[in-house]
Design a protein around this ligand. Structure first.
Ligand code: ADP
Ligand code: MG
Length: 690
């Protein structure tokens, strides 16, 4: 149970002053539901307003505040704005322009003859200085204001006001960071750090401290899980080769050396009386599925069951089909379960599973949900890990009296520090060798203005009967504006599909995040069955989709994707025997970093090299990189901070858990608050559960 002391931080946003239902909804769109979420919503930039004593010397576009005298009002003509004419102390004229219905009541706020301070962005209009919708300032208004990521119905100033109301609610909490480290780095305390981050540009120390808090919380959680695993015995599972050998005999090709090595590492782990925890890392197309299947067959040979988890319904179905095909006529009973199986069908699967009549269950997270009971679960394989954190791992442990072995597969070739952060302590098997006969994908960079050429190329491509992907970036809602219309993130993909349909008709299929369930399945099926030749998509196709006949990948706005993401996307093609091409369409005015990224993509298809470069280039602090930190499971820590601070957090967490024997002692108590603060409740619970 969360300590009461933390309650103010978990209070709903509705409890903040002036927050009604509309504001609650707007905040929710920013994933701000509770006070803590608001406080962890850091400024993305700062807006400076300079006090200008006179308009002389102010440049166009600058934000200023200035003392003026109101001279006259000029009513609006037609659709034009209402203009108020003023001048500054030196007699230089300034127009204050007001558009729309808001112009009512202005006469009272800007009475003729009044001396006022106004603020806004200085523009030139017909050769005269003008500020549109200026604010009235009091002398004490701060001239540096935080700018926050926004959504419709929220302004930066509103968020700043809410943050100011929330800051005093931070309870007094004992320090959880090791005192030596805190003083060495000169970091502020938790509450002081939050206050700084929201009120002072820069604040590197405060930002580092809070990033460290987040990293420490994850590392503590993993350390607790690890400690618990050590207290428990596992199930030694030894295969007899009955199924694995039959499978290998019926495959048209031999295992690669890397596959053979990984299988033997896994088999070795499974035979010991400790639950295996192994990361199977291999680039797209390196043949992880087959390794997973062999491991599952070892479990079945040993009389246990296997579970194969995929992150989405689509991928789970695809895996199910792949395994079925690979197994052929082998005597292995395969089951399938996702959230979409309901009623009788679901009951039948659950009954068969509990009775031990299913050997391998494939599915989504539904396969580990509360009501699902295994007869004897021996091995779980999890594909594409990032949605399988501490809580999920503990849930899995509930599924058997003795904790099952676990293999986590990932195609993201992450450097060791990041692996540690995302997966906790695991052994690693690497598939660093591709199956033979695969052709490298030729990568070209083109600028979007040459779109016509691209379309002609696309037409020639599909005329040969081949298929193509066309990936669009999500809509980029500029963070600089006061109010941003609620962005439909998939808009670019929808628009591109519409444009392509004008030329290619119903040969174009479209999938994006908002398209769910049956509609999405239908579009995917049209593409998978070859009915549609072009699949327009947002990054939802990033993981796992396998259509060997698709040999052209067009990525629009390529500079807006992270390197790792581009690499994943490119991995969707080059799966068949045909020569494959990846076209990176880029916009104009790219930064040097963005250009280097794209050149990197063209020069190599080595996933590990790309991952290293990605980390290095993101370290340069590009906004794009910062935004992607969420993908790595961190809301606060940027990739650069992860790289710099993780090892320390990891070591500190282990010391605390192993030396203090859990979370007793004063610092342990404080660390408990930290865990709840970052919602690692499940990990804290391991202290009580065996
Ligand atoms: P990953 O999941 O690692 O991206 P897959 O498991 O989907 O890769 O394998 C990619 C393709 O390579 C599949 O079509 C698979 O059947 C094939 N494959 C796997 N292992 C080998 C091998 N040893 N030799 C030839 N082809 C293989
Ligand atoms: Mg795969």
């Amino acid at each position: 149970m969360r300590p009461d002391r933390l309650n103010p931080l978990f209070a709903e946003t509705a409890s903040l002053p002036g927050v009604g239902p509309a504001a609650v909804r707007a905040l929710e769109r920013l994933e701000i539901r509770r006070t803590r979420d608001l406080l962890f919503h850091f400024p993305v930039g700062w807006r400076e307003t300079r006090f200008a004593p006179s308009l002389a010397g102010v440049t166009e576009g600058e934000r200023i505040s200035i003392a003026v005298r109101i001279l006259s009002h000029e009513p609006s003509r037609g659709r034009g704005p209402l203009r108020i004419i003023a001048d500054d102390a030196s007699g230089i004229g300034l127009l204050l322009a007001f558009f729309g219905p808001k112009s009512h009541g202005l006469a009272a706020r800007f009475p003729i003859g009044a001396e006022l301070t106004v603020a806004g962005r200085l523009e030139l209009w017909n050769g005269r200085f003008q500020i549109i919708h200026p604010e009235l300032r009091k002398a004490d208004t701060p001239d540096t204001e935080p700018v926050y990521a926004l959504t419709e119905g929220m302004t930066s100033r509103r968020i700043a006001g809410l943050v100011q109301a929330a800051l005093p609610k931070i309870p007094q909490l004992d320090e959880w960071i090791e005192p030596g480290l805190l003083s060495k780095r000169g970091w502020p305390g938790f509450a002081a750090a939050l206050t700084q981050v929201h009120s002072t540009p820069g604040s590197e120390g405060a930002r580092d401290r809070l990033a460290y808090d987040e990293l420490l919380a994850t590392q503590l959680a993993w350390a607790l899980v690890r400690a618990r695993r050590r207290r428990q015995r596992g199930q030694p599972l030894q295969g007899n080769g009955r199924l694995t050998e039959a499978l290998l005999a019926q495959l048209p090709w031999a295992l690669t050396g890397a596959q053979r090595h990984a299988v033997s590492e896994i088999a070795g782990d499974m035979a010991t009386p400790h639950a295996m925890l192994r990361l199977l890392q291999g680039d797209v197309g390196s043949g992880k599925t087959l390794v997973a299947l062999l491991a599952l067959l070892i479990a079945v040979e040993a009389g246990a069951q296997g579970a194969f988890l995929a992150p989405t319904d689509l991928l789970a179905r695809q895996h199910h089909a792949t395994l079925q095909k690979l197994l052929g006529n082998l005597p292995v009973r395969l089951g399938f379960l996702s959230g979409r199986e309901k009623g009788k069908a679901r009951e039948a699967v659950l009954a068969a599973l509990a009775a031990g009549e299913i050997d391998i269950l494939v599915g989504t997270h539904a396969i580990f949900s509360g009501s699902v009971q295994y007869h004897r679960l021996g091995l779980a394989v999890v594909d594409e890990q990032h949605r399988f954190g501490v809580a999920q791992r503990l849930m899995l442990a509930e599924k058997a009296d003795v904790p099952p072995h676990l293999v986590v597969m990932t195609a993201t070739p992450i450097p060791r520090t990041l692996a540690l952060a995302q997966f906790g302590e695991m052994d690693v098997s690497k598939l660093d060798e591709r199956p033979p006969g695969r052709q490298p994908v030729e990568t070209r960079i083109m600028s979007l203005p040459r779109l016509d050429e691209v379309l002609d190329g696309l037409a020639r491509h599909i005329a040969t009967g081949a298929q193509a992907y066309w990936v669009c970036p999500l809509l980029d809602a500029g963070a600089d504006e006061e109010t941003v219309a609620d962005p439909d993130a998939a808009a670019p993909a929808v628009a591109r599909a519409a444009a392509l349909r004008q030329r290619f008709g119903d040969k174009v299929a479209l999938v994006h995040g908002k398209l769910q369930g049956a509609a999405r399945d239908r579009e995917m099926a049209r593409f998978q069955q070859g009915e549609a030749a072009i699949l327009v998509a947002t990054t939802v196709i990033e993981v796992g989709v396998d259509v060997p006949n698709a040999s052209l990948m067009v990525i629009e706005g390529a500079e807006r994707f992270g390197l790792a993401q581009l690499h994943q996307l490119r991995g969707r093609v080059g799966r068949g025997t045909a020569r494959s091409v990846c076209l990176l369409l880029r916009g104009d005015n790219l930064s040097e970093t963005a250009k280097e990224r794209l050149r990197m993509m063209r020069s190599t298809d080595d996933g590990f090299a790309i991952a290293e470069a990605d980390l290095r280039l993101r370290g340069a602090g590009e906004l794009l990189g910062t935004r992607q930190s969420g993908e790595q499971g961190f809301g606060i820590a940027t990739p650069e901070q992860v790289a710099r601070l993780l090892q320390t957090a990891h070591d500190d967490a282990r010391l605390l858990i192993e030396r203090d024997g859990g979370l007793t002692g004063p610092r342990g108590e404080a660390a408990r608050n930290l865990l709840y603060l970052f919602e690692k409740d499940a990990a804290v619970a391991t202290l009580r559960g065996g």
